[in-house]
Design a protein around this ligand. Structure first.
Ligand code: ADP
Ligand code: ASP
Ligand code: MG
Length: 407
């Protein structure tokens, strides 16, 4: 008998038929004698609609407390419906909203972080054989108001709850059969990985593979939660996220991720003198705008240079406003924004000990006539920024070049 957390994503709870299928799957685990906590997302598309309504009612920058109040409601619906479906199968079940567990977060509305989950009540009910259906994505801030954990945040709710409950494992049920070498919806030849290391999964997630929210992988890594990603539509084994020493078959490159969430900003004719980068990136940091890739071009005349960097696409307008507001102090010639970019990243722990990974990436892109705009690397990944129209071509060509294609 084990304590387990089962998380179901939006497609898995998209309508009542699917919610009933989820209830049957949960019943199987309960019948096997396990204590089961379930975490649910909102129905597919529901959160997008709620975000749209909040913007329509509250403008481009709605009051974040009310935004959270609205966008958290999708999970209130599915947690209740799932509890009802479980009851219909003769099981004891109840729903738990974030504030009821409670899932305590900081006050960063819209992208709050979980601080603690004092889950005594829930734990007692689980021990008494009741299934707890927890609304994902939401928590409660220090001021007692509802917070949300950022898009895709139900993954983090599930992993953090598994850590707090000291659960044996956390199963993330989604609409694909596991973690693939690349997004299976874009790269038809992508292969499912049986295992992936925490570190690679973290890179995958942070470089755009939406299959797990980045923060959920961090929490899993820190608390050694055994996370499995699997399909809610069949009984295949899925992908286990594991420590590096649990992987027998070592690969240099595990997969290729992409992100359409970035935008490029180029500042033309920036003075080439000490302190300029600090002057530019300081105000962005003060406005909580994250900068990812950065390149500074060489200066032709020793006086001026161009500086290119990327920010989240959703932050682009704000970035331009901040730069314009500081124009006098920064003294650049012009701002050139570009939203039509995609970041493609090759990821693998084997890169630590193998040379030539980046070279193969550059060569493959060159052979396909794809120009690289910005490059960045870490120990286990190489990322390039390219024009968005080449995204599919680049992914497929790289997937083949690194020998990842399914037979
Ligand atoms: P859920 O609603 O279950 O949380 P998401 O849409 O958030 O599901 O995440 C699953 C999606 O992630 C898949 O449908 C797939 O298109 C996408 N994805 C991107 N990269 C990968 C990858 N490397 N492996 C698996 N899925 C991926
Ligand atoms: N429903 C939320 C979203 O769409 C959280 C989640 O699905 O994980 O972002
Ligand atoms: Mg998700």
């Amino acid at each position: 008998m084990a304590r387990i957390v089962m998380k179901f994503g939006g497609t898995s709870v998209a309508d009542l038929a699917r919610i009933r299928a989820v209830a049957l799957r949960v019943k199987r685990e309960a019948d096997a004698g396990n204590e089961v906590a379930v975490v649910v997302s909102a129905m597919a598309g529901a959160t997008d609609q709620l975000v749209g309504w909040s913007r329509d009612a509250g403008g481009a920058q709605p009051d974040q407390r009310e935004y959270d109040n609205v966008v958290s409601t999708g999970e209130q619906v599915t947690s209740g419906l799932t509890a009802l479906a479980l009851q219909q199968l003769g099981l004891k079940a109840r729903s738990w909203l974030g504030w009821q567990v409670p899932i305590e977060t900081d006050g960063m509305h819209g992208h709050a972080r979980i601080r603690a989950i004092p889950q005594d009540g829930l734990r007692q009910r689980l021990a008494a054989g009741e299934i707890g259906v927890v609304a994902g994505f939401q928590g409660v801030g220090p001021d007692g108001r509802i917070t949300t954990l950022g898009r895709g945040g139900s993954d983090t709710s599930a992993v953090a709850l598994a850590a707090a409950l000291e659960a044996e494992r956390c199963d993330i049920f989604t609409d694909v059969e596991g973690v693939f070498t690349s997004d299976p919806r874009v790269v038809a030849r992508a292969r499912k990985l049986d295992k992936i290391t925490y570190e690679e999964m973290l890179e995958f997630a942070s470089q755009g593979a939406k299959v797990l929210q980045t923060r959920s992988v961090e929490v899993a890594m820190n608390h050694r939660v055994r996370v499995r990603v699997l399909s809610s539509f069949n009984d295949l084994p899925g992908t286990m996220v594991v420590d590096e020493d649990e992987i027998v078959e070592k690969r240099v490159v595990s997969g290729i991720a992409y992100s359409r969430d970035d935008a490029k900003v180029t500042l033309l004719k920036v003075a080439d003198r000490p302190g300029v980068a600090a002057a530019i990136f300081g105000p962005l940091a003060d406005n909580a705008i994250n900068v990812d890739m950065i390149v500074q071009n060489i200066s032709e005349d020793g006086r001026f240079t161009d500086l290119t960097f990327t920010v989240g696409r959703g932050d682009l307008d704000r970035t331009i406003r901040v730069l314009e507001a500081n124009r006098a102090a920064l003294g650049y010639g012009a701002i050139k924004p570009d939203k039509d970019v995609v970041k493609v990243s090759v990821i693998g722990v084997g890169m630590r000990s193998h040379a030539g990974v980046a070279q193969l990436m550059f060569k493959t892109l060159a052979e396909n006539g794809i120009n690289i705009q910005v490059i960045s690397t870490s120990e286990i990944k190489v990322s390039v920024l390219i024009a968005e129209k080449y995204a599919e071509l680049a992914l497929r060509a790289l997937h083949t070049a690194y020998g990842l294609d399914a037979a």
